[in-house]
Write a protein that binds this ligand. Sequence first.
Ligand code: ADP
Length: 480
Amino acid sequence: MSVFKNHVGGEWVDAKDTEPNVNPSDISDVIGEFAMADAEQVGDAVAAARAAAPDWAETPPGERFAILDRAGDEILRRSRELGDLLAREEGKPLVEAVAEVERSAAILKFHAGQALRDTGDHLSSVRPRVDVTVTREPVGVVTAITPWNFPMAIPAWKLAPALAYGNTVVFKPAELAPACAWQLTEILVRAGLPAGVLNLVMGKGNEIGDVLTGSPDVDAVSFTGSVVTGERVLRNATDHHARVQLEMGGKNPLVIADDADLDIAVEVTVSGSFGSAGQRCTASSRVLVMSGVYKEFLERLNNRLDRYVVDDARRSGIDIGPLVDERQLTRVESYLERARKDNAQVRGGKRLARDHDGYYLSPALVLDCGNDAVINQEEVFGPVASVIPVDSYEEAVQLANDTVFGLSAGIVTTSLARAADFRRRAAAGLVMVNLPTAGVDYHVPFGGRKASSHGPREQGTYAREFYTLIKTTYVKAELS
Ligand code: ADP
C-alpha cells in the first residue's frame, strides 16, 4: 500500500500516523495511506513558510508565472488520470471529475497571468510635484483549509492566487480527499517552487486546526467548509489580527416562475439540486414553485427522477455517484427523517445496493414542508430538494431571501422584467437566471453574503484583494 507523505520545508516527511483514503463507490478499494500531521509538524510547516516568505516575495513575477503555468500544463496533460483519481476518492461522476481537473489547470494558468498583470497604479497627488503610487505586496504566510467536495478546484483557487501574488502557503486539505491535494502539491513543487513556499499538512482539522489558524506566524487564512468550523477559524485567526476569508454553507433557492419553460425548469432543478449528489454549497436545496405550474412541474420532475441513475462514479452513463462517506449518508438520512416528523412527504432518499458496497442514496424530493422547517433552513449537503409551492412571485422572492445564508439564488423565467427584478432583490452573492444555482466560472468572483461568506471574494481578479496588501507611497522629488 502506498504511503503519501506531507511536504514541509521542501522535504517529503512522514507523520506519526496515517489514515486510509477509501473509495466511496467501493469501500473495499483503498487508494492509499495518507500522513496525518500532528501539531508539531504543522508548527514546522508554518515556520518553513515564514522562512521562505521574504525570498518568494522578491521572486520576479515572470518566475511565478512560469511555475504556475508549467503546473497547469502538466495537470491538463494528465487530466484523465487525475480525473479518475478524483472520481475514485470523492465519488463524483468521472466526466465531472475530469472537468474539475481541467478547470483547476485553467485556474493555475489564469493566476499565472495575474502574477504579471497586477502591477499597481500611479497617480498625481493633489499636492504639486508629488507623485502617488499604489503597489501591492504579498500578505505573507497564508493557511489554506479546504473541503472534500471539490478536492482539486478549491485548493487550486486558493493556492494559485496565494502563490501568484508572492505569498507562501501552508495547505491543509480535507481528511476525506487528500489524494488530489497531494498530487496538486507534488506537481507544483516539481514545477519549480522553492523549498518552504508550499507546505502540505494532511491531518485532522479538529486536532491541528488551532495551530493552523492561531499561530502568530500565519498572516491570512482562507477557509472553505462548514459554518461551525468557519466561525472557529475566524475567532482563532482574528485573535492575532490575521486576515480571514471564509466560504461556508448555502440554502440556495431556485424560483420556478409560472412563465417558465418547464423543460428548462426541470433540467435546471435536476442539475442544481442533485448534481454531484447535492454535495455543493451552491446546490439548489429549496425549489420555490409558483402555484400555476406546481402540478405540472412536479409531474415532469418525478418522471425525470424515475430515470435517474446512481452508481459507481467511474461508470459511464450515470447521473450521480455515491455520497462521500457513511457519516454524510447518515446525516442526510437524519435530515429526511426530521422532515417526515415535520409532516413532509419524502419521495426517494433510500439507500441503494450496487455491485460494490458504497454510500449510495437515491435522490430525494421533500414535499409539503414550510420554509421555516429544519430541512429548509439548515444545509443538508446531499441529493435532496425541497419543493415549496408559492402563491405569487412576491412570495417567492420573500421566501428566497428568508434564510441565514446568501450564497446563490436562481430563477427560471421567460420574463425579462422578473429576471431583472430578481437579480436586484436576491440577497445572494451569485444570481443565476435559467441556470442551475451551482456551476460557476473560474475567472469571475465567487462568494456569498450573510452566514455563507466572510471577507473578500475568491477567484478571478477579485482574489487579489485577499492575497495582497496595498501600499500607498507619496514621493516628492525635485531637482534643486
Ligand atoms: P465538513 O463537515 O464538511 O468536513 P468542516 O468545516 O469540518 O466541514 O471541514 C472543512 C475543512 O476544515 C477540513 O479540511 C477540515 O479538516 C478543516 N477543519 C476541521 N476542524 C477545524 C478546525 N477546528 N480548525 C481548522 N480547520 C478545521
